[in-house]
Design a protein around this ligand. Sequence first.
Ligand code: ATP
Length: 235
Amino acid sequence: MTYLLEAKDLRKQYADKLALRGLNLQIEAGEVFCLLGQNGAGKSTTINLFLGFIEPTAGAAYLNGLEVAANSLKIKQYLAYIPENVMLYPHLTGLENLALFSSLAGFSYKESELLAYLDQAGLPAEAVRRRVGTYSKGMRQKVGIAIAVAKHAKVLLLDEPTSGLDPKASNEFSELLRQLSQQGTAVFMATHDIFRAKEVGTRVGIMREGELVDVRPTAALNANELEQLYLTYMQ
Ligand SMILES: Nc1ncnc2c1ncn2[C@@H]1O[C@H](COP(=O)(O)OP(=O)(O)OP(=O)(O)O)[C@@H](O)[C@H]1O
């Protein structure tokens, strides 16, 4: 079986810091895997290895069966990345940003199709033709989701995507992730939000000092139990 995301004994040593200590993980289509862990636990390092932004010290990351380090350009067609602050061109409108990023991914859409993607992602119609420099953080996240959907990304990597969003925007974001996973996208999300992880995740992992110390299906725990489990590991 080809997993959409896989880590095999994945390690990352920075100069004097072992940030990731032999991660083993498989994620299938339709899964939403939420990674919890304190500041410095190694969550962003894991995401950056899956993105090919950094090279592993040992082991390998795979995306749709391709080793990331050896296929750093090819894997880009399969993935979309949503960091805490989605990087868009501030002088272009949301519509223009979507047109640009989807054309870079090899898709050429009619304006009506682009508008439909933005609408599906929940961007208010009044914002579509406004410069992105005037957008709220939540609006930029929505354009990020529209880009992910328009490029038919098989894998969505998210690094604390809901931090700083208001509860309504955060809720809408969770709903979009759920829809994407139902369509077969694999979602990997680093987050500090235990409640959100329980709500949107199918599995949750707890990382401590570069080690994945526990993985559970979220259906097996309620939010309080998950919080207790997390706190137990952080003691
Ligand atoms: N470029 C780097 N050079 C040296 N050390 C680094 C580098 N990047 C990260 N680290 C260290 O590696 C460890 C893991 O960092 P990482 O950013 O992966 O943690 P994180 O779980 O994402 O934290 P946060 O929740 O604060 O985003 C930390 O100790 C961090 O200081």
